[in-house]
Design a protein around this ligand. Structure first.
Ligand SMILES: [Zn+2]
Length: 298
């Protein structure tokens, strides 16, 4: 099966501390389309399952398990989804969005080409250090602790906090900080809830430092509303968009499986194991073949 080699903007560190950045990615198969059609799981879990199913290797790490896909940083996962979308449906992204100007709200087109998306490379990692400002440093026993050590948020964090994000975004952010900050001052962060003792300023400084070293694609689209003439930069949610596209074609999936099974006598598992473009190619060939037969009879 054809695969594409891409270079992760961040990379994955193995147990020996080696960083792996080369990833081999294969196009979406019927199996993932079916998984996304069922979609009883949250988006972060689906991203994990889809990436584990379609990554042949990351550096010398193979096979890529769900655990491995979960350990990737959020930015690397977004980058991989973007590439997976490119090798599955092509490089052009066309979205219909609502004009964000409150008095307008008209539908408008927004789009871009995936190869044009700027991708920021990450720092070395996996751990990063930052020095809090004097004003922000927490004081403990008369001593100010300015040194903070953190790691970047991963798919595992996204999965763990998925339940919080909608109902309590501030709580989700606090919980994320608690998971990603490894040490403040000489001590590892104490028991759960330690982030409550941080000042808003300290939290903001840590969040800013995380954003500054986070790798990944810049997921925004520029659009101009033809109705009111205003221009906007809109966020692009790659997982929601891509999975939505896949979802839209799942009605066809079972008809295609049926058609191929009926004519070729392949098993359902074999057909679902084909990449989407290959499945469609066989259907085209069958169609031409059946047409020729009909012509011969007629
Ligand atoms: Zn408008």
């Amino acid at each position: 099966m054809t695969s594409t080699v891409v270079h992760l903007p961040g990379g994955l560190h193995d147990a020996e501390g080696r960083r792996h950045r080369e990833a081999e990615l294969m196009p979406l198969r019927g199996r993932e389309e079916e998984l996304l059609a069922g979609a009883s799981r949250g988006t972060a879990e689906l991203v994990t399952a889809v990436l584990a199913g379609r990554l042949r290797r990351i550096g010398s790490i193979a096979p890529v398990t769900e655990g491995t896909a979960r350990d990737l940083t959020v930015g690397d996962r977004q980058f991989l989804l973007l590439k997976l979308r490119e090798i599955t449906f092509g490089p052009d992204v066309a979205a219909v969005v609502s004009c964000p100007w409150p008095a307008c709200g008209k539908k408008m087109d927004a789009g871009f080409r995936i190869p044009d998306v700027p991708v920021r490379s990450g720092g070395d990692g996996p751990l990063f250090d930052l020095e809090l400002s004097r004003e922000a440093a927490p004081v403990d026993g008369g001593r100010a602790h300015r040194r903070v050590r953190f790691r970047l948020p991963t798919g595992g964090d996204q999965e763990a906090l998925a339940g919080l994000v909608d109902g309590d975004p501030a709580g989700a952010l606090r919980a994320l900080l608690e998971r990603c900050v490894v040490a403040i001052g000489p001590a590892r962060p104490p028991e759960a809830g330690w982030s409550e003792t941080l000042s808003p300023r300290a939290r903001a400084e840590i969040e800013r430092a995380m954003a500054a070293v986070a790798p990944g694609p810049e997921l925004t689209m520029d659009a101009r509303c033809p109705e009111c003439g205003r221009t906007f930069t809109l966020p692009f949610e790659v997982a929601d968009f891509f999975f939505g596209e896949v979802h839209a074609s799942t009605d066809l999936l079972y008809r295609e499986v049926h058609y191929l099974a009926y004519h070729y006598h392949w098993s359902e598992a074999e057909i679902l194991g084909l990449p989407m473009d290959k499945r469609r190619r066989y259907i085209e060939l069958l169609g031409e073949h059946i047409e020729r037969l009909n012509d011969a009879v007629g």
